[in-house]
Design a protein around this ligand. Structure first.
Ligand code: NDP
Ligand code: 13P
Length: 341
C-alpha cells in the first residue's frame, strides 16, 4: 500500500487527507503548530480549519518533517504559495528516498512568475529525491469535500503515469478525478481564477448586479486564457474543471476566501482590515501582483487583473476602476489565437 504524507493541515490539506483516508490509505499529516497536531492526534478534529467534521483515525499528525516523511512514497503538498519554497527545501533536506510530490496549492510567485510545480522542481533539484510533480486542481471547496459532496477535480503532470498514480490515490464515489496532460494550463487556471474571484466579490460588495458578475467572469476567463496560451497552455484547458469550473465555484461561493475578501473591500474595508479578519490564506492578493507583472512582461492585455492591481496596490478607488474598464477602446470579442490543433 502506498504511504502518503500530507504537508499542510489547513482546510484543504485536511479535506484531502480525509479523501485518502476514505480510500483506506494511512496518512501522516504535518503542521507547524504543536497544539494543532495534539488536537488532531488526541481529538481527531481540526477545529480552526474544518470545525464541522471529525477526522479519521487513519490520519496521524506530526510537527517534525523527518518523522512525517519517513518511508513515504507520495507527498501531498498543500501549504500557501508563499510557503512552498521554504517547505520544499526542508523536505529535500530530510527525505530518505525518491518521492512523487502532488501539490494542491494555487498561486504564482511574484518576481519570478514561477508556477508551483516549477518552484518545487527548483527546490528539489539537487536532492535527487524527486520522481514527479503532479498538480491537483479544480472546483473544490474544502468545506464541501470534507462533507463528501460530489466533487470533480483534474490532475496533471509532465508524465501521464504520474497523473494516473494521483488519480488512483484520490478517486472515489464522492471525489471524481480526471487526468489532463496540460500542466501549464491547469496550474495557470487554478492560480489566476483567484484574482477574478476577488473582483466578483468586490463588485457584489459594491452592490453591482449579476450582469456585472457574468461580465467579470467571462472576460476574466478570456484574459486568463490569453496569458495561459502565451505561456504554452492549451486553450481548451480553460474551458475545463481547472479553468471555467474553478472560476465558477470561486466567483459564486461564500466558501471562497478570495470572493469574501473582495466583498469586504467592495464594502469599503481596507486590505489590511480584510486580511486581519480572514485568518486564512487569500492567495489572490499575491497572485494579482504576479499576474500583473507577468502581463506586463509578456505584453498580454489583462485589463481586469490590472484594474484590481491598481485598487489593491496603487490606491485606485473601485468606482474609478469600473470607469476605467468600461471606458476602454472598442474591441472584437473573440481574438485570433493562432493555434494549430
Ligand atoms: N480551502 C480550499 O477549499 C482550497 C484551497 N486550495 C489551495 O490550497 C492551499 C492551502 O490553502 P488552505 O489549506 O485552504 O489554507 P488555510 O488558510 O485553510 O490553511 C493554511 C495552512 O497553511 C499553514 N501555513 C501558513 N503559512 C505557513 C508557512 N509559512 N509555512 C508552513 N505552513 C504555513 C497554516 O498553518 P497555521 O495554522 O500554523 O498558520 C495552515 O495549516 C492554497 O494555495 C489554496 O489556494 C485549493 C483548493 C481548495
Ligand atoms: O480554490 C478554491 C476552490 O476550488 C478555494 O478558493 P478560495 O481560496 O478562494 O477559498
Amino acid at each position: 500500500m502506498t504511504k502518503v504524507a500530507v504537508i499542510g493541515a489547513g482546510s484543504w490539506g485536511t479535506a484531502l487527507a480525509m479523501v485518502l483516508a476514505d480510500n483506506e490509505i494511512d496518512v501522516n499529516i504535518w503542521a507547524r503548530r504543536k497544539e494543532q497536531i495534539a488536537e488532531i492526534n488526541e481529538h481527531h478534529t481540526n477545529t480552526k480549519y474544518l470545525p464541522d467534521i471529525g477526522l479519521s483515525d487513519r490520519i496521524v499528525g506530526f510537527t517534525n518533517m523527518e518523522d512525517v516523511l519517513d518511508g513515504v512514497d507520495v507527498v501531498l503538498l498543500v501549504v500557501p504559495t508563499k510557503a512552498i519554497r521554504e517547505t520544499v527545501r526542508e523536505m529535500a533536506s530530510v527525505l530518505s528516498k525518491e518521492v512523487t510530490i502532488i501539490h494542491a496549492s494555487k498561486g504564482i510567485e511574484p518576481g519570478s512568475h514561477k508556477r508551483i510545480s516549477e518552484m518545487i522542481e527548483e527546490e528539489m533539484n539537487n536532492s535527487g529525491k524527486l520522481k514527479d510533480v503532479v498538480v491537483l486542481s479544480g472546483p473544490s471547496h474544502a468545506e464541501e469535500v470534507s462533507l463528501r459532496q460530489p466533487t470533480t477535480v483534474t490532475v496533471s503532470s509532465k508524465r501521464l503515469a504520474a497523473s494516473e498514480l494521483a488519480q488512483d490515490l484520490f478517486i472515489n464515489q464522492h471525489f471524481r478525478v480526471y487526468t489532463n496532460t496540460d500542466l501549464v494550463g491547469v496550474e495557470i487556471g487554478g492560480a489566476l481564477k483567484n484574482t477574478i474571484a476577488l473582483v466578483c466579490g468586490l463588485t457584489d460588495g459594491m452592490k453591482m448586479g449579476d450582469n456585472t458578475k457574468a461580465a467579470i467572469m467571462t472576460r476574466g476567463l478570456a484574459e486568463i486564457a490569453r496569458v495561459g496560451v502565451k505561456l504554452g497552455a492549451n486553450p481548451l484547458t480553460f474551458a475545463g474543471l481547472s479553468g471555467l469550473g474553478d472560476l465558477i465555484v470561486t466567483c459564486t461561493s461564500m466558501h471562497s476566501r478570495n470572493y469574501r475578501a473582495g466583498y469586504m473591500i467592495g464594502q469599503g474595508k481596507t486590505l489590511e482590515e480584510v486580511l486581519t479578519s480572514m485568518g486564512m490564506v487569500v492567495e489572490g492578493i499575491r497572485t494579482t501582483k504576479a499576474a500583473y507583472e507577468l502581463a506586463t512582461k509578456l505584453e498580454v492585455d489583462m485589463p481586469i487583473t490590472s484594474a484590481l492591481y491598481a485598487v489593491l496596490f496603487e490606491g485606485l478607488q473601485p468606482a474609478q476602476a469600473t470607469e476605467r474598464l468600461m471606458g476602454r477602446v472598442k474591441k472584437h470579442e473573440v481574438e485570433q489565437l493562432n493555434i494549430d490543433f
